[in-house]
Design a protein around this ligand. Structure first.
Ligand code: UDP
Length: 382
């Protein structure tokens, strides 16, 4: 699908995009996608460069740094950019309950600092928020950006500090926009999946990354797929390639997205976690030709994540606002999971991608490298 307005930028006259958190799951895919489009100059910052391995080009400059310890670098990168994309955040429910103050510091205080610098340098800010801002709301059939209420659990359920931080950040940006200080767009991601998501975990690991890396790790090691509180809650999953195109739609249409909030997700790919487990077992067999040896087991949320965890079902996103700008998700649920799984299975089986493991899927990580350097990057977005 072609977007309604093509960018006037070209390879010779690129738009400079600063990606803060370029080394995470979403950021590394964004860099790859923008490099392919060949009309952006990309400047990335991240504490980690592992997911960017092999992603390079004259249009991409990368600074390996922690923005909290490199304020001058951060300021210079923002000052020199046309557009700032802020992806910096923890997105890992274990951290929300074990280290809520660290979540507040990074996800709110540091993000506010970035917004202040965008205001000072008069730069457009594309802020990644989260589907989690809708909290436990179950009214209606879908979450709508500008009309749905957000409902959070009680304060002692510390899981909600993540959502609370994102909500306050959205409100501060909105207030600055309304006061004429800031040109911003907020993106609320709904469960993107794909290669390079989080990190693999050992069999029987609890807590840690998102559900997809847990399940693929279990399938690779023969360990159990753990269904938190029975796996009856729902999530809408989206292919990272659809997320990249959604981002570019927003990036290329500054006037139509100015001071607006957009859900980015695929409402068609709405499953219970139990259905996700079954689908991934089925796809494992399809991709490897082997029956999975993993079993489904149930575990309570408190046991899995720690006390202070509270789960909730999510409604699917209403994406008509972004659809009206010419974007539509293109990957159904099987293609979404199959592509993400193939990346992790292709080096351990001869069944997928090309011989060197690249294919069109990017670089596979070593599926047997477990809990390596990426363990510290509980960074990302929902
Ligand atoms: N979950 C699960 N087993 C796991 C990991 C997660 O059942 O091994 C559940 C988790 O409790 C939640 C859902 O999967 O209900 C999605 O969790 P994730 O962390 O991927 O995303 P989020 O809750 O932020 O949407």
């Amino acid at each position: 699908m072609t977007e309604r307005v093509r960018s006037k930028h070209t390879e010779a006259n690129p738009l400079t995009v600063a990606i803060l958190g370029a080394g995470g799951f979403i950021g590394s895919h964004m860099v790859e996608h923008l490099l392919e489009a060949a009309r952006y100059a990309i400047v990335g910052i991240d504490v980690s460069s592992e997911k960017l391995e092999g992603i390079s080009g004259p249009a991409f400059t990368f600074h390996q740094a922690d923005v909290r310890r490199a304020p001058e670098l951060l300021d210079e990168v923002i000052r020199s950019a046309d557009v700032v994309v802020d992806l910096i955040a923890y997105a890992n429910p274990s951290i929300y309950v074990t280290d809520p103050l660290e979540v507040f510091e990074l996800n709110f205080v540091q993000n506010l600092e970035i917004a202040k610098r965008c205001i000072a340098h008069r730069k457009r800010l594309i802020q990644y928020s989260s589907a989690e801002v809708y909290g436990k709301t179950a009214e209606g059939t879908a979450y709508i950006e500008d009309t749905t209420d957000g409902v959070l659990g009680p304060v002692h359920k510390q899981r909600w500090i993540y959502a609370a931080g994102k909500i306050l950040l959205e409100r501060v940006l909105y207030a600055h926009g309304a006061a004429g200080n800031l040109d911003f767009t907020i993106i609320r991601p709904f469960n993107f999946i794909g290669s390079r998501i989080d990190y693999l975990v050992p069999a029987n690991a609890i807590g840690g990354p998102r559900v997809f890396p847990h399940f693929i790790s279990a399938l690779l090691t023969g360990g159990p797929l753990r269904l938190v509180d029975g796996g009856y809650v729902r999530r809408a999953f989206m292919h990272i390639a659809d997320a990249n195109r959604a981002f570019q739609t927003v990036l290329d249409q500054p006037a139509l997205t100015r001071n607006q909030i957009f859900n980015v997700g695929n409402p068609e790919n709405d499953l219970t976690i139990r259905e996700v487990a079954r689908l991934m077992m089925e796809l494992y067999e399809e991709l490897t030709g082997k029956r999975p040896t993993s079993e489904l087991v149930e575990i309570s949320g408190e046991q899995f994540y720690g006390s202070g965890y509270e789960d909730s079902s999510r409604l699917p996103p209403d994406v008509s606002k972004l659809r009206s700008l010419g974007w539509a998700p293109q990957h159904d649920v099987r293609a979404t999971f199959r592509d993400a799984m193939r990346y992790y299975l292709c080096t351990s089986t001869e069944s997928a991608a090309s011989k060197d493991g690249r294919g069109s899927l990017g670089r596979p990580s070593d599926p047997l490298r477990i809990e390596g350097a990426l363990i510290n990057s509980g960074l990302g977005q929902d």
